[in-house]
Design a protein around this ligand. Structure first.
Ligand code: FES
Length: 168
């Protein structure tokens, strides 16, 4: 049932089709199982998850709104406010910390002229600090979307931002 009440932002036909396709994996009475993928499809289309969009996901899956909010606010891959085109995730966990992750982080802040959890004025970059990325052998590490940047130095960070700015 598409949501169209007040305080709802209707899910697009494309997103509803994506969700329906995904839900075929689960028993009909287990629509709740599709919440992560449903939120992922919505975020891919809108950039981040507004409350009206999350409410529409809840309606569409037939689950309580709180069940959707819990998932959207628990996982770091979901955004409930606007973010930059590129999310710069700098690992500062133990292995990276021992390999100067603080220097990596401060160089990113200086280059972008923002602090943690802020977005550059041009909307290109959001800077975050994250837990272990599973790339400890090549610490310090940064993740941007699906790509890993490892053994980071100030020079490699500069090259990374050049690459991202020019969409290479
Ligand atoms: S501690 Fe940074 S990747 Fe594992």
């Amino acid at each position: 049932m598409p949501a169209n009440q007040n305080n709802r932002q209707q899910l697009s036909e494309k997103v509803r089709e994506q969700i329906d396709h995904w839900l075929k994996r689960y028993p009909a009475d287990q629509r709740r199982s599709g919440v992560i993928e449903a939120l992922r499809f919505v975020q891919e289309e809108h950039g981040y998850l507004t409350q009206p969009l999350m409410d529409s996901v809840a309606d569409y899956l037939g689950i309580p709104k709180i069940a959707v909010y819990e998932v959207a606010t628990f996982y770091s891959m979901f955004f409930v406010k606007p973010v930059g085109k590129h999310i710069i995730d700098v690992c500062t966990n133990v292995s990276c910390m021992l390999q100067d992750a603080e220097k990596v982080l401060s160089h990113c802040k200086k280059r972008l002229n923002i602090d943690l959890n802020q977005t550059t004025e041009d909307g290109q970059f959001t800077l975050r600090e994250v837990e272990c990325l599973g790339a400890c052998a090549n610490a310090p590490a940064i993740q941007v979307g699906k790509k890993y940047y490892e053994n980071m130095t100030p020079e490699k960070i500069d090259a990374m931002f050049e690459e991202l700015r020019h969409g290479k």
